[in-house]
Each structure stands twice: as C-alpha cells, then as structure tokens.
Ligand binder design. Structure first.
Ligand code: CMC
Length: 376
C-alpha cells in the first residue's frame, strides 16, 4: 500500500459540476467557460446553474432570487449573539460558528430530502452575506444595517457593509468576483464538505466545516495574507529585494501558485482586468501599483517553476479598492463558494458512500501501560 500525501491526483468522486484544465488555464462550470459566465451572467444565476445543473428559466430564476431575498434577514437572537461574543473573534470563526445555528430556522432537516437541499441553499445564500456585514458593523461599534430587498444581491451586501448604495458598475464587478469564487472542483474545503455530508450530517454542518477548511492560508486565507504582504513593502523599489529575500528564506509568496494551475489562473486574469478598470475609475491606489510591480517581478523568479498569481492575489487588491477590511476577504470567498459546496453535497449524497480512508500504521505494538507515578 502507498500513502498518497494530500491525495494529489487521486480522484475521489465523479462530478459534472466543474472542470479545470490546469495546463491550459481553463475553468468551466457545467461545461460553460468561466469567461462567458462572467461576461453574461450574475452570481445567483450561476449558483442555480451549479446546483441544479442547468441555467434557470425566467420563472425559475425569479423564484430563486425571491426565495433568497426572503431569507436575507437574521433572527434577532443571532444578532444578539453576534453582539455578545468577543470582538476579537476572527470573522471566519464567526461564520463557521453561526452557520450550523441557521439550521434551527430550517424546517427541512432531512439531508436526503431535496427540500433540505433547496432550503439550505436559499437560507445560506441569503444569510451569510448578512452575517459578514453585520459583524463588520458590530466590530465598528455600530448597529448592523438591515438588508434591503429592493437592491440586487451584490448591491445589498455592499450596502450592508458601508451604509451606502454602491455604483452599479462597481457592484457588478463585485458580483462577478463572486462568480469566480463559486466553484473549483474538489479542493480542500469542498472535499471537507462532502466528507461531512457522507456521514449524513446536514448541509449546514457541511458548509460550516468547509468554512473552517477554507480559512487556512494555503487555501482561501491567502487573500488576506496578500494584503498584509503587500503592505509590508514600503516602497516600489523594495519589491525585488523583498521577493528575493522571501524566496531565499524558502517562504511562500502569498497569492502565487496552485496545485492544479501550472499556467495563469483564469480567475486571476479576469480580476486583474477588473482592477485595470477600477484603477481608471478611482485612480491607481498604492496597493494597486505595488501589486502590478510585484506580479511582474515575482514572475521573473517563479514563472520557470510554473508558479503564477492565483485568484487571491488580485482579489486582495480588488477588495481593498472597495475599502473592505482585510479580515473580511476570506469570508467573502466563503460567501461566493456556497453554491459550489452545496452543489457537491447534493451530487455526492445521491450515491452516498461514507468516506472512510485507511492508513498505514507505523507505530509500535505490545507496549505496556506505565502508571503516572512511575513515568520519568
Ligand atoms: N511561493 C514560493 N514558492 C512556491 C509557492 C509560492 N507561493 N508555491 C509553490 N512554491 C514552490 C514550493 O516551495 C516548492 O518548491 P521546491 O520544489 O523547490 O521545494 C514547489 O513550488 C512546489 O510546491 P508544492 O507545495 O508542492 O506545490 P503545491 O502545488 O502543493 O502548492 C499551494 C499549492 C497553493 C499550496 C502553494 O502554491 C502555496 O503555498 N501558495 C501560497 C498560498 C496561496 O496563495 N494559496 C491560495 C491558493 S488559490 C486559492 C484556492 O483555491 O484556495
């Protein structure tokens, strides 16, 4: 028996949700290229596509959006809980902790029932943005802003974060960043979600566990680290020295590299284009200038190893343009990934097989217990 560290290259499911060609830089959701979806669709329509396997009819789409809007508001008990927990609680922990509680307000509790799949989807798509935005306001010592059903999904989220209705072009770009986060085959957090659901635990437990997996800096947590990394650099002229020192110390450059992409991450390419547009609209921010020079310089050293910027490198700069605090970058990634996680849970549960890998034991045998007082 061999151990497949990190399960690299080991298929654990058959799936028709998304496809990556890491050599060519292709990402498709249900067979549709990501570029086409970003150009023509929006996050909620893409969520429907991922979970139900087809684009919705007009009637299905309207019902789906309306069901999500009916689920935007948080129960007062949850808002009180948010107000009472320590302000030092990391936002990803807040999210991970609150999500299972949302199941209390869902009457469809049977994980094998399609009704559970639908109600958990609209409930999570509705409430996760509200949790993130409310937590931001509470951290600022302000009252949370109630969701506004008259706004579209991204507009409402940005409104709850800031109290201001964002410009349409900006909120549309934000919405498209959610499309780019929505799904990415069997990565660490999606794998976590299907492992949990394979035990017949419900979709809320699966998503909460996936949030925990996403929070690590080798996965979704990298976007926040990119912000801090770029901010360590005081001057554009120091970028090369910074990168060389990091590589000499064998440290990872945050926002670079990917297990699957050995070419430019197609998601990063799109977000970089959004940044070009944002810099025209808002002027070139210091972080933007640093990021552009950083990318160019880092590629001099990393391109030969097929290490390119990934989605997290540019989203950090994108969200900073929107004045979103860095601690919220990974929760926003999670908010975008909900449809992907739930699509996989729904697909996996159909032909469920409890995950139970094995191990190669390399410990001892017949070792005898030593009473506490006799241990050295
Ligand atoms: N900076 C410097 N060197 C790197 C980096 C990096 N970001 N990524 C990989 N390498 C080097 C690594 O040091 C190793 O070098 P050597 O062969 O000389 O020891 C080689 O590349 C292979 O590394 P690996 O860890 O086997 O490669 P991997 O495919 O498992 O790495 C990764 C994938 C994402 C864990 C890694 O690229 C990394 O740590 N990146 C930084 C964190 C990051 O940006 N994560 C977000 C990933 S994209 C969002 C998501 O989908 O979660």
């Amino acid at each position: 028996m061999n151990v497949y560290a990190g399960l690299t290259g080991i298929p654990v499911v058959k799936s028709s949700i998304s496809y990556i060609d890491g050599q060519k830089g292709i990402l498709e959701y249900r067979g549709i290229p990501i570029e086409e979806l970003v150009e023509n669709s929006n996050f909620l329509e893409v969520s429907y596509l991922l979970v139900f396997g087809k684009l919705p009819t007009k009637k299905e789409y309207e019902k789906f959006v309306s069901d999500i809007k009916e689920n935007l508001e948080l129960n007062q008990g949850i808002i009180k809980f948010l107000k009472d927990i320590p302000k030092t609680t990391y936002p990803m922990k807040v999210l991970q902790g609150i999500i299972p509680i949302l199941s209390a307000f869902d009457e469809n509790k049977e994980v094998l029932d399609e009704k559970h799949h639908y109600s958990s989807l609209v409930n999570l798509l509705g409430k996760v943005p509200t949790i993130i935005a409310n937590w931001k306001k509470i951290l600022e010592g302000k009252e949370p802003i109630n969701p506004d059903k008259t706004l579209d999904y991204a507009q409402n989220f940005l409104y709850m974060l800031t109290g201001e209705i964002p410009e349409k072009e900006i909120s549309q770009m934000f919405d498209k960043t959610l499309i780019l986060h929505a799904e990415h085959t069997i990565n660490a957090s999606t794998f976590t979600a299907i492992v949990v659901v394979s035990t017949l635990a419900d979709f809320y437990s699966a998503v909460s566990s996936a949030v925990g997996a996403l929070s690590g800096k080798l996965h979704g947590g990298a976007n926040e680290k990119v912000f801090y990394m770029l901010n360590q650099i005081k001057d554009l002229n120091q970028i090369e020295e910074f990168i060389v020192n990091k590589l000499n110390r064998k440290e990872r450059i945050m926002g670079f590299g990917h297990r699957i992409y050995k070419t430019y991450d197609p998601r990063a390419k799109i977000i970089k284009n959004f940044l070009t547009r944002l810099s025209q609209l808002k002027g070139e921010s210091e972080l933007y200038k640093k990021a552009i020079k950083f990318e160019e310089t880092a590629l001099k050293y990393l391109k030969d190893k097929k290490i390119y910027p990934n989605i997290d490198f540019f989203t950090a700069v994108f969200y900073s343009y929107l004045k979103i605090p860095p601690q919220l970058y990974t929760p926003i990634f999670a908010m975008g990934r909900i449809p992907g996680w739930l699509a996989h849970c729904k697909e996996y549960i159909k032909e469920n097989k409890l995950f139970r890998p094995t191990q190669i034991y390399d410990g001892g045998h017949n070792i005898h217990y030593i009473p506490l007082e006799k241990r050295g």
